[in-house]
Write a protein that binds this ligand. Structure first.
Ligand SMILES: C[S@@+](CC[C@H](N)C(=O)[O-])C[C@H]1O[C@@H](n2cnc3c(N)ncnc32)[C@H](O)[C@@H]1O
Length: 205
């Protein structure tokens, strides 16, 4: 008898591009690694299985420059959200008995990034409290996408970004994610669209 097909999210991984996820804006990561000085700290909030995080680790490694990379996720998924009320992470959460932390860490190891990336299993605002104001060079937000969550994320992380640094985020799309666009517009009127469907706020120096 054939063994059952493996879940797509649990399939073997050799490279970030094998990891399920939505990330496709690598030029933004390359821009950050080229723009900021060595010693800078980059934070990604909302990692899922590590597609964007493992890409960032590879970009940093390829740059030959020294940056600190931190990934933050509850590892419990975002729940149902969006126009179609889809729980995109639920199956991976269930597969891990209530957490996909094991798969995320496994993928970091498989991509050779486990020694270069610090993983923090935490809610976004609680994690922000661990950092001093002005201590982070770039924070990228890709956690839950409803208005209140994005407002909470922006309010928690904007003070942590250093003058001249970036606060950015994913799914800046008024059709699919109106809460993201509204929250960014209300909290960071100087932010603008960036890359394909991202937004970015450059903190004044
Ligand atoms: C859209 S996915 C991230 C995708 C990932 N950046 C990629 O491109 O591969 C959103 C992630 O945010 C996480 N998340 C949702 N709410 C969160 C919160 N309050 N704090 C931390 N992580 C959260 C979910 O567990 C999920 O893994």
């Amino acid at each position: 008898m054939n063994s059952p097909a493996p879940h797509k999210f649990a399939a073997d991984v050799d490279h970030w591009s094998d990891i399920p996820g939505w990330f496709q804006w690598r030029e933004g990561q390359e821009d950050a690694a080229a723009t900021f000085p060595e010693g800078s700290t980059f934070v990604e909030v909302g990692c899922y299985l590590g597609r964007s995080l493992c890409s960032l680790a590879e970009v940093v490694r390829d740059s030959g420059r020294d940056f600190t990379v931190i990934g933050i996720d509850t590892c419990r998924g975002s729940g149902a959200e969006g126009q179609s009320n889809t729980d995109a992470h639920g199956a991976a959460v269930e597969y891990g008995g209530g957490t996909f932390a094991g798969l995320l860490h496994r993928n970091l190891i498989a991509c050779g990034a486990a020694d270069d990336v610090h993983l923090l299993v935490s809610t976004s605002p609680a994690a922000a409290n661990l950092f001093a104001d002005g201590s982070l060079t770039w924070v990228h937000l890709d956690a839950r996408h409803d208005y209140d969550s994005v407002v909470a994320d922006i309010d928690a992380w904007a003070p942590k970004v250093a003058p001249g640094g970036w606060l950015s985020g994913d799914d800046y799309d008024s059709l699919w994610w109106p809460g993201v666009v509204a929250a960014v517009g209300d909290r960071l009127p100087d932010a603008h669209g960036w890359l394909t469907a991202q937004w970015r706020w450059c903190k004044p120096s």
